[in-house]
Design a protein around this ligand. Sequence first.
Ligand code: ASP
Length: 339
Amino acid sequence: MKKICIINTGGTIGMRAGPNGLRPEPGFIESQLALMPELSSPLMPEITVKEYDPVIDSSNISISDWLKLANDIQESYDRFDGFVVLHGTDTMAYTASALPFMLRGLGKPVVLTGSQLPLSEVRNDARENLKTAIILAAGYEIPEVCIYFGDLLLRGCRATKFSATSFKAFVSPNYPPLGSAGTRMEVFEHRILPVPKGDGPVVEPLKSQEIATFRLFPGVSVEVLENVLRRPLKALILESFGDGNGPSQNIAFVDCIRRACDDGILILNLSQCSQATIHQTVYETGAVMEQAGVISGCDLTLEAALAKLMHLFTKPLPVDEVKRLMQQSLVGELTEPKN
Ligand code: ASP
């Protein structure tokens, strides 16, 4: 019989109403699982639940929680066929983007899921997400960290939360789904990473880094940007327009980003359009970015870009090496530019 470990970090799925709104309820998930007859079907795996103390709203997730998750998965790796991580939706895509960099050599499924409505509600998306995540983690060869939510299986480091209200809360704007679970369950093998060689994942720790994001808009204050681009900042994710364009006629803006790049601050260009690939050569307004020393973030999500920068700067690597690796796919997080 297959064996699955459910790690419950918290999130709406196991919440109940408190005096100040929904809050995670310790022990609730386990008590609810015991009441689900479907889970005792011979088609289901043996389930072990590990609940974190405290269970949290994912807005409170921290890098130490990511490290705990990575270590727990690594330590119990040989005892289970797959892992289901219950997690709040608010930051699920951040965790699903960080874990692949931290669990290098992962050969089993790690499926993050949660819900928009708690299991305690009569109408909810929790039961379906939970059961299907368990089936996916137990029955398929998916050597990846993924998100299963609202009938889609997505690569974790390609996913982003798209809706705060729909049961289909997540999208993967620049990589197709790894699977879907409508009336038929389908996993698209050709989109899944190859099974790595080796005995299991090695945990690569990740530390908080001096990184910021900055969104361009018409009329943006260069003075504010200048203040952001000060040490100890190591890297700035510049959220640009369309293909990676910026206000090229604003000399102060162009000078400001050029000075920062010359000073060794890594500026990564990401588009404000979630479905996009950065091309800094299509328009003159993109070419100025390239000429100033801004590097392309390709088709990374913001979540994956942050996780990757944290990962590379934690190693630590010199900025030129970080720039080089930002153009390469390390864990399936981006589509490499064609030269
Ligand atoms: N605030 C909740 C959380 O992220 C939202 C959810 O789970 O859907 O924990």
